[in-house]
Design a protein around this ligand. Sequence first.
Ligand SMILES: *[C@@H]1O[C@H](CO)[C@@H](O)[C@H](O)[C@H]1NC(C)=O
Ligand SMILES: *[C@@H]1O[C@H](CO)[C@@H](O)[C@H](O)[C@H]1NC(C)=O
Ligand SMILES: *[C@@H]1O[C@H](CO)[C@@H](O)[C@H](O)[C@H]1NC(C)=O
Ligand SMILES: *[C@@H]1O[C@H](CO)[C@@H](O)[C@H](O)[C@H]1NC(C)=O
Ligand SMILES: *[C@@H]1O[C@H](CO)[C@@H](O)[C@H](O)[C@H]1NC(C)=O
Ligand SMILES: *[C@@H]1O[C@H](CO)[C@@H](O)[C@H](O)[C@H]1NC(C)=O
Ligand SMILES: *[C@@H]1O[C@H](CO)[C@@H](O)[C@H](O)[C@H]1NC(C)=O
Ligand SMILES: [Cu+2]
Length: 570
Amino acid sequence: MAASVGVVFFLLAAALAAAGSSEAALVEHTFVVSQMKMHHLCNDTLVTVVNGQLPGPAIEVTEGDSLVVHVINKSPSGLTIHWHGVKQLLNCWADGPGMITQCPIQPNKNFTYRFNVVGQEGTLWWHAHVGFLRATIHGALIIRPRSGPNSYPFPKPDKEIPIVIGEWWDVDLVHLENRVENRIYEDWPLSPTINGMLGDLSNCSGVIEDNYILNVERGKTYLLRIVHAAVHEEYNLKIAGHKFTVVAVDANYVKPYTTDTIVIASGETVDALVVADAPPGRYYMVAQAVQSPEPSPQIPILVSRGIVSYNPSKGSGDDDTPIVAPELPDQHDATPSFYFRGNLTSLLPQPVPLNVDEHILIAIDVGDICLYAGSPNCMVSKLNNISFELPTTTSLLQAHYYNNMSSSVNRLQELPRRPPVVEFGHSPTSKATVVRRVRHNATVEIVFQNPYSSDLISNTNPMHLHGHDFFILGQGLGRYDAVRDAQAYNLVDPPARSTALVPIYGWMAIRFVANNPGVWFLHCHMEKHVSSGMALALVVENGHTLETTLPPPPADYTSCDNQNSRVADE
Ligand SMILES: *[C@@H]1O[C@H](CO)[C@@H](O)[C@H](O)[C@H]1NC(C)=O
Ligand SMILES: *[C@@H]1O[C@H](CO)[C@@H](O)[C@H](O)[C@H]1NC(C)=O
Ligand SMILES: *[C@@H]1O[C@H](CO)[C@@H](O)[C@H](O)[C@H]1NC(C)=O
Ligand SMILES: *[C@@H]1O[C@H](CO)[C@@H](O)[C@H](O)[C@H]1NC(C)=O
Ligand SMILES: *[C@@H]1O[C@H](CO)[C@@H](O)[C@H](O)[C@H]1NC(C)=O
Ligand SMILES: *[C@@H]1O[C@H](CO)[C@@H](O)[C@H](O)[C@H]1NC(C)=O
Ligand SMILES: *[C@@H]1O[C@H](CO)[C@@H](O)[C@H](O)[C@H]1NC(C)=O
Ligand SMILES: [Cu+2]
């Protein structure tokens, strides 16, 4: 329907200097958001997409560039776009989570996001940040080094390929959000997707879905820029007959780590090299959802396959070379994920701050908001015994900026530094808009603790912090022990990320300097979890100088003043 109109304007003549480095550019895109019909599995489904594409357009920038994205909302829903993993230093207004930093862009309105991409290289992504709409509104954000592709800290790949893992839902996603807000958690996608394709394990009435096909040439090296854009489960990604060498996660370089399985959770990105060094043929690339064992609710098995093909001359239809399939781990096995993460270390030594100003322990659990009234659908997620709810009449950032958060937010509560008791289970809780205030430049350490007893509901929870990267100091199974476990922290070369997985039945520790004033969402990236309360807003106060103070909102800021609902068609 709408044509892609991404245009690149170079501010200064984009002359490549002798060293191969280029001047910072202004990269401008227009995102027209509209609905279109897509046909899969015998059904026409109306989906909301950017520029008529699913996945949406990949944005490519060079580190240091400025991005300008005009969002024109021709869809019936209010929405925002979040630039996932972009640090947005002193620019919280452009971060995008709905009702946290701005009100949704209403139908037939537009809004322009302006920000710089500084000090980050690798793969990030963008997605809608109101409820489930991100299931179809997302795309890669690729950041190349300023001094050219020869300055990658790994062998220069012959080709770079975005691999976006998504899911195909044939339900109305705004309706789905309402169901989850009413604590109905029974909806599942029909299939995972690889670059929008469901693959040949999905068929309806004899019509088999297309596979994503990656044509390769023997001996060449491919840099896969893998984005987990699906809304829930963690995925194992394997290619039969090939290995991956992981070189970056969440746009931070890591020491090369060679593995046959990549494990990636919602919100995360992984950059990995693949050498086409297998005997010529066809090999399945498989994305398999990992899920928690019972008593956690079980979902259907979700697997999708693409094909790595050494036979590009033949069309996929008339190629009858057998396709080699990889051996997959058990879908309930959480050890590949735990080991994959345990093997990631930063490429460079890290400046980990050693003196912690704020120690926070966050217990992740389920709770009951009906106080045992016996009514169904009472289950919510909670952090330290509070289940997060979004404000309804103002964005938190606007309220913070005007210093009137307590009068403009209905139920505001400060997250306690630790849970009332470190004891888990489905017990009474309450809802509130939870914030945690920290002073500018404070060193914050957060330990996330999942339920650790196997008779309780426990999940791997990918916790995502906006506006900052953090160091992952450690992970473990069971109950976190402040003395024993802190001694084993990696304070030398921990990976820096913006999303980190809390292992099932275990804990995960992060540390960061709160150097970016504003209101930053900190939440599980599984949509049903964040919608049911697994979130808080980190309020980073201004410092004492102009350079450490959040500037005023942009002139076209979408405040809530002329709106009476946060999503237009709710
Ligand atoms: C087709 O998709 C619609 C949503 O677009 C859904 O309500 C309906 O149940 C689907 N029908 C079938 C046969 O799957
Ligand atoms: C965005 O909206 C403003 C005011 O509503 C309008 O003047 C402008 O032309 C719109 N821009 C685009 C690109 O549609
Ligand atoms: C179609 O899918 C069903 C399961 O959903 C499977 O049993 C069957 O083999 C598939 N058919 C083809 C031709 O792939
Ligand atoms: C790294 O992976 C290997 C093999 O998967 C595993 O045995 C090892 O324990 C992992 N290391 C860490 C620190 O998790
Ligand atoms: C918060 O402050 C702003 C700016 O002074 C004002 O427009 C708004 O009405 C205030 N809101 C509340 C609820 O006090
Ligand atoms: C958790 O919060 C609920 C509701 O406010 C309260 O009734 C309950 O006592 C709290 N639980 C603990 C362990 O403090
Ligand atoms: C932040 O803290 C560090 C060390 O604690 C200090 O060296 C630095 O000057 C501080 N920066 C600001 C802007 O306050
Ligand atoms: Cu979660």
